[in-house]
Design a protein around this ligand. Structure first.
Ligand code: PSV
Ligand code: MN
Length: 426
């Protein structure tokens, strides 16, 4: 299924007057504060977030999975789903694949399909957290950190294979999320695990094409509950430094212990030129993988404030790879992703409203109240007309969720694919 711009435009016709009215009203108000909207709209229109291939079907928990009808049954259909998201939102211009779930059979056809939808292939992900049916050695006691040399070699080889697959599709980066760790004190030697991991990552890094980047995720717990080898940003940062200039830390919002100051982590990493990628989601307790902005929208805004600051002031940090990493247990996955994309754009737009010069002056003058007011004034602004204007400028829908429903997208997908397809993924 593919949506075209005329279909979307026709749908929005009746709402356009109201949008123009709201946009003019907001622009005038911001102009009074000396804030121009053209640049903000351009920045929003240029902001593209990759969609993970594993979030297009119904997610599950270890207790069960409630399937969703019309799920994509193969890689081509996953690309079609992201194409639909991109057509409506114009901010989902890339897909992030996970191997072996998404190993292509016909590379040319897969590339063509992505091109048709205007999509590129973002970071490719390896999987050494599950044993595959045809695997010779098990990852039960570790993969890149394993003391069993055969498991470790297999995990390294798998990552090198993933790089080859990504290169054939035009990806330029590999993301490694390592589940390795322990469940019980005494189970393994911390130092040995870390050293083995460093050595494995260096071998993977050495096998990347020279224009590729390596992103190293961290996570404090799950699936292991006593220790995780790459448990925090410091460990990831240390490993990235050990690998080299093209290795970076990847921040996944859900991979922090409750109340961690993620915006400060982002800021430190950008200062050091080592923030490479970003996984958006939201959480209440742990790695909950909930819809972006659904639980802690103010925290997301504060994180974006640091990201915007870093993008303007830290040329030592590369352009970031933006991605959603969420999972949907009860919602239509595409509707959930539309909500996440909207929340990302809103948080970014609000951060772009912050007058950085005024904020710096308030900080210099130790005017704590004013500094807080500057942030909160931006946060309290309803920026939706700006986000809509950016989307319209690229041919997206005024209201993507409404368009998705009025165009009967899910119904059409069920007609095409049937009720009982199951998407591979988390
Ligand atoms: C598991 O926590 C996880 O969500 C990581 O964040 C990865 O990015 C993703 O799975 C895919 O492996
Ligand atoms: Mn992640």
């Amino acid at each position: 299924m593919q949506l075209n711009k005329d279909q979307i435009r026709a749908l929005d016709q009746r709402q356009l007057d109201r949008h123009h009215h709201n946009f003019t009203h907001l622009s005038d108000r911001l102009a009074e504060q000396g804030i121009g909207t053209d640049r903000i709209v351009d920045d929003l229109a240029a902001f593209q977030v990759a969609v993970p291939s594993w979030a297009l079907g119904a997610g599950g928990t270890r207790f069960g999975r409630f399937s969703f009808h019309g799920e994509p049954g193969n890689l081509e259909q996953k690309i079609d789903d992201v194409g639909i998201l991109h057509a409506l939102t114009q901010t989902a211009g890339a897909i992030s694949l996970h191997i072996p779930w998404d190993t292509p059979t016909d590379y040319a056809a897969v590339r063509e399909r992505a091109e048709l939808h205007g999509l590129t292939f973002d970071a490719i992900n390896s999987n050494t957290f599950q044993d595959q049916p045809d695997a010779e050695f098990s990852y039960k006691h570790g993969s890149l950190s394993a003391t069993a040399e055969k498991s470790r070699r297999q995990a390294i080889e798998h990552n090198l294979e993933v790089i080859d697959i990504g290169a054939k599709l035009g990806s330029k980066s590999l993301t490694v999320w390592l589940a390795d760790g322990t469940n019980f004190p005494g189970q393994r030697n911390f130092q040995r695990s870390l050293l083995q991991t460093e050595d494995s990552l260096k071998q993977i890094y050495a096998g990347m094409p020279k224009d590729w980047k390596l992103f190293i995720e961290y996570k404090p717990y799950e699936p292991n509950f006593y220790s995780t080898v790459i448990q925090d940003w410091g460990t990831s940062f240390m490993l990235a430094n050990a690998c080299g200039d093209r290795a970076f830390t990847l921040v996944d919002l859900g991979h922090h212990l409750p109340n961690s100051n993620i915006e400060q982590i982002v800021s430190t990493l950008m200062l050091k030129g080592k923030l490479g990628g970003f996984h958006f989601n939201d959480s209440k307790y742990g790695d909950d993988d909930l819809t972006v902005g659904s639980i802690k929208p103010y925290a997301l805004f504060l994180i974006f404030n640091e990201l915007v600051y870093g993008m303007r002031n830290n040329p030592q940090n590369p352009d970031l790879a933006w991605m959603i990493d969420a999972s949907h247990n009860i919602k239509d996955p595409l509707e959930d992703l539309i909500q996440s994309l909207e929340a990302i754009q809103e948080a970014y737009a609000k951060a772009l409203l912050i007058d950085q010069d005024k904020l710096a002056a308030a900080q210099r003058d130790h005017d704590v109240v004013l500094a807080q007011e500057i942030l909160q004034d931006a946060y309290r602004t309803d920026v939706r007309p700006l986000v809509q204007r950016a989307r319209l400028s690229r041919g997206g829908a005024l209201d993507p969720l409404r368009a998705y429903r009025s165009l009967g997208v899910r119904e059409e997908l069920i007609r095409e694919r049937g009720k009982h397809t199951v998407a591979t993924g988390l």
